[in-house]
Write a protein that binds this ligand. Structure first.
Ligand code: FMN
Length: 162
């Protein structure tokens, strides 16, 4: 079993958001049982607010229903799902989020948990120049580096950002 202790040993210091849920997808699920500090920073929700709640609180008007349907189908079939979706922070700000969700199987082959790695996607078409191009926020290089570092073990995220 992927215990909270084991996952927090690994995820507490990461710059990418990590969220772990129970396996039940219906009846108001999946219920969040762990979120790391980077997830608090990304979403603006405290850990206490996230735990016991569901990742659906991150959804809003611009969240693609088409993507969510495909996501739901993949998770129900026990398949991982990697996508970009519009999420909303606690203060209502929308952000584009790359999410890599995967089931964690127990020894009996049943899904015990879901784990997701989440990071903001910041589009950058031009080089950022201080005082100009203010729309384009620089990418957090620490998160990009992590995708190649400890997270590579989980094979999450297709590529580092940029
Ligand atoms: C670990 C985990 C993290 C998730 N993170 C997000 C997220 O950041 N944004 C989002 O819109 N949905 C997220 N979801 C998906 C929703 O919880 C839900 O599965 C999705 O809305 C599809 O199911 P539904 O059709 O029953 O709503 C996540 C699911 C899991 C299991």
């Amino acid at each position: 079993m992927l215990t909270i202790e084991a996952i927090s040993n690994y995820a507490e210091a990461l710059h990418s958001g990590v969220v772990v849920t129970e396996p039940v997808l219906d009846d108001g699920g999946p219920r969040i049982i762990y979120a790391n500090p980077a997830m608090e920073k990304l979403t603006g929700y405290s850990r206490d607010a996230l735990i016991g709640s569901t990742p659906r609180v991150l959804q809003g008007k611009a969240t693609s229903r088409f993507t969510l349907k495909a996501l739901g189908q993949a998770l129900r079939a026990g398949r991982p799902f990697h996508t970009c979706v519009t999420n909303y922070r606690a203060d209502g700000e929308a952000y584009l989020c790359e999410i890599d969700i995967r089931p964690v199987f127990g020894p009996d082959g049943r899904i015990e948990r879901f784990i997701a790695f989440e990071r903001e996607v910041v589009r950058r078409r031009v080089r950022v120049r201080p005082g100009r191009n203010a729309r384009y926020k620089p990418i957090d290089q620490r998160v990009a580096a992590e995708a190649e570092g400890p997270l590579a073990r989980f094979a999450c995220f297709a590529s580092p950002l940029d």
